[in-house]
Design a protein around this ligand. Structure first.
Ligand code: GAL
Length: 665
């Protein structure tokens, strides 16, 4: 277990927050800390956006306030998650060096005035920022209050893709390292098409806005480069910190529905501990299911080890079109989804609601109305509940099912010039994951490069781009007795985004025992019917079985009689193919049959277990509007109530049963 956020000793679930005291006069700080203590906050992220305070003029440092805050927190037993402060440069830097401002694909610069206004490849930005990190690391590196280093903030949240000339040079360097020769690059990018053959590295640009569709392989490589470039920047900051400190280093990931620019599978090994920021997204059909998915994916990035929820909100955010507040109990329930799925540290953005700035309508632990509020009382309740869950810390989730997830494939699947712009990779992943969740199957979310041996059942949703090695690993998994369920638009292209020939889905044709010859995407609002009673939208394909058995075929639509769901025996295992976008019930049915799960549980109930040294903790989270009864025996760690054979979970309510004394299913 990582003890970085709470020190050695007995386990506990740490409660923390982002603390931005620079927004407040010093008189407020003492009250802040007193209330933090009341709420059981033991970790505060500070100096995340501190640059213009700590270096008000070039090379002139002022750490007076930061020193005072570090001391104040330390005296009050609150450990510090110390930001390097480089996330947002002060206005003087862009005034001096406008060339470090990021450039959009159309060649226009983005002005300062927001945040993260810097080009990830800018040597000027890098030298000023590293100079600041050096100061911070030197000053606080040995301070006993520092529990964790917080590099920058949500790297790439706004500036992941920069198209300026510095970025172009860095892109060329990255391409040279990847391809060695210009001929290799031409082959990988398929530059014979549309007369794009390069004679020299200097001719290559980032994929800036063009008159027509751009080269997809170039765009894919630009995304790979951009993710690597920011990871390189993370390493540069971390190296400075490590020169002065032995405290763990991390940065906050954005495993969330609307950010997709960084390949966190490549980032995760560089983190001393995995930290994620998550906000409920009310633009989605089922925000709570996405929350579960993000938490499971974060656990995947953490290699199954406990992880840190670095940011979430107590109530509304301020960056969605409709910023919904949380219902009573929702904050606790959402928090317990993270805990159930492996988080041992729970932090909030931010401590005290701002009165000014772009996020003045964003909720906080301490709202504008102060401490005599429902919000604050819920914070105290949450803190009490987490205190009672202390022994859960360090336990792990053991899943025998997995969903494969790939940022690379996401990028490639959603390029320009594809069969249907309505095919949304993440929506397909969410659909498959959501089906399993509703069946009560806890799944790990793993990389296509990950180890599949420990699983019984693996879902491969819409994995458009797949390397030979990844495809072989999936085949071996099935050959040895595993069951796989692949959904449409998978296995189509190789790592260069080159279509695999001989029939779709090229990489999985043998495994699935099918061969497809033409995609027949559907117009929006078109529904087709299957002969097993299910319906489907979005996608069909002219498919024939080779060794597979058709489980369901289309009754109508463009391809009546053509198989839509197939099953194939492969080695000692089974490979299912779902060649269309099934409705929710139909998808759940086929997932259940493929996974061998016959019993679901009442809708709206989230069921997850964490295990530790022979003990198991059963999390039952009722997202629905009706009371639910669930068969279980044990003691509820939060309420202290004992359940013998059946536990009742109130609408919106939560239970965390220590099943030790009961029957373990
Ligand atoms: C995060 C960010 C915070 C704050 C928060 C608001 O993306 O790290 O600084 O902006 O969102 O929801």
């Amino acid at each position: 277990m990582c003890t970085c956020t709470h020190g050695e000793g007995d386990p506990l679930i740490t409660l923390g927050c982002d603390y931005n005291p620079e927004q407040w006069p010093a008189e407020v700080w003492a009250e802040d800390v007193a209330l933090m203590r009341e709420a059981g906050i033991t970790l505060a992220a500070i100096n995340v956006f501190g640059w213009s305070e700590t270096e008000p003029r070039p090379g002139e440092y002022d750490f007076k306030n930061l020193d005072a805050i570090v001391e104040l927190l330390h005296e009050n037993g609150i450990r510090v998650n110390l930001g390097t402060g480089t996330a947002s440069p002060p206005p003087w830097l862009a005034t001096r060096h406008p060339e470090l401002l990021p450039m959009a694909a159309d060649g226009t610069r983005r002005y300062p005035g927001g945040r993260q206004g810097w080009c990830p490849s800018s040597p000027v930005f890098r030298s000023y920022a590293l100079r600041l990190v050096e100061q911070v690391a030197q000053r606080y590196g040995a301070h006993p209050a520092i529990a964790l280093w917080h590099v920058s903030n949500e790297l790439g949240c706004h500036n992941a893709l920069c198209y300026c000339d510095e970025s172009a040079s860095a892109f060329r360097r990255w391409l040279r390292a990847r391809y060695q020769t210009i001929d290799n690059l031409n082959t990988s990018w398929g530059t014979s098409f549309w007369s794009q053959r390069y004679g020299d590295w200097d001719e290559i640009l980032p994929p800036r806005a063009a008159l027509s569709l751009r080269n997809p392989a170039q765009m894919l490589d630009f995304r790979r480069f951009s993710s690597d470039e920011l990871l390189g920047w993370y390493h540069a900051e971390a190296a400075v910190l490590r020169g002065h400190s032995t405290v763990p280093v991390t940065t906050n990931f954005m495993v969330t529905a609307h950010i997709r620019d960084l390949d966190y599978w490549r980032w995760a090994p560089a983190m001393d501990v995995i930290a994620n920021d998550h906000y409920l997204d009310h633009r989605l059909g089922d925000p709570a299911a996405e929350l579960s998915f993000a938490a499971d994916l974060t656990r995947g990035l953490a290699g199954g080890k406990p992880w840190i929820l670095m940011e979430q909100s107590t109530g509304a955010v301020s960056w969605q079109p409709h910023n919904l507040a949380k219902q009573p109990g929702e904050m606790l329930r959402n928090t317990l989804t993270h805990v159930a799925r492996g988080a041992d540290t729970i932090c909030f953005f931010q401590w005290r609601a701002s009165t000014q700035g772009s996020e003045k309508f964003h909720s906080a632990l301490l709202p504008h109305a102060g401490a005599d509020t429902e919000q604050w009382r819920e914070v105290l309740e949450l803190s009490g509940a987490l205190g009672r869950l202390a022994e859960v810390a360090g336990s792990t989730v053991e899943a025998d099912a997995a969903v494969l997830f790939s940022w690379e494939s996401w990028w490639a699947a959603e390029q320009e010039g594809r069969p249907s712009t309505a095919v949304d990779y993440l929506a397909q992943v969410h659909a498959a994951y959501g089906g399993l969740r509703e069946l009560g199957v806890t799944a790990d979310v793993v990389s296509p490069d990950g180890d599949l041996d420990r699983y019984r059942f693996v879902v491969v949703p819409c994995l458009y781009l797949v390397s030979d090695e990844q495809a072989a690993r999936i085949e071996t998994f099935v050959e040895r007795g595993g069951t796989v369920l692949v959904t449409f638009f998978s296995g189509i292209a190789d790592q260069d985004d080159r279509i695999r020939l001989g029939g779709y889905p090229g990489a999985f044709r043998e495994l699935l025992g099918v061969s497809g010859e033409e995609f027949f995407p559907l117009l929006p609002a078109t529904t087709v019917t299957l002969d097993d009673g299910g319906t489907a939208t979005l996608w069909t394909e002219r498919l024939r079985t080779t060794t597979a058995q058709a489980k369901a075929s289309y009754v109508d639509g463009p391809l009546p009689g053509v198989p839509a769901i197939t099953r194939n025996r492969f080695g000692a295992g089974t490979a299912w193919y779902v060649a269309t976008n099934l409705d929710k019930t139909a998808l759940q049915r086929v997932l259940g049959e493929a996974a061998g799960v016959t019993t679901g549980h009442p809708g709206g109930l989230e069921v997850v277990r964490r295990h530790k040294s022979g003990k198991s903790y059963l999390f039952l989270l009722n997202h629905g509007a009706h009371e639910i009864e669930y068969p279980a025996t044990g003691t509820d760690l939060i309420s202290g109530e004992r359940a013998d054979g059946c536990v009742r979970v109130l609408p919106g309510g939560v239970r965390v049963l220590d099943e030790e004394q009961g029957e373990r299913p």
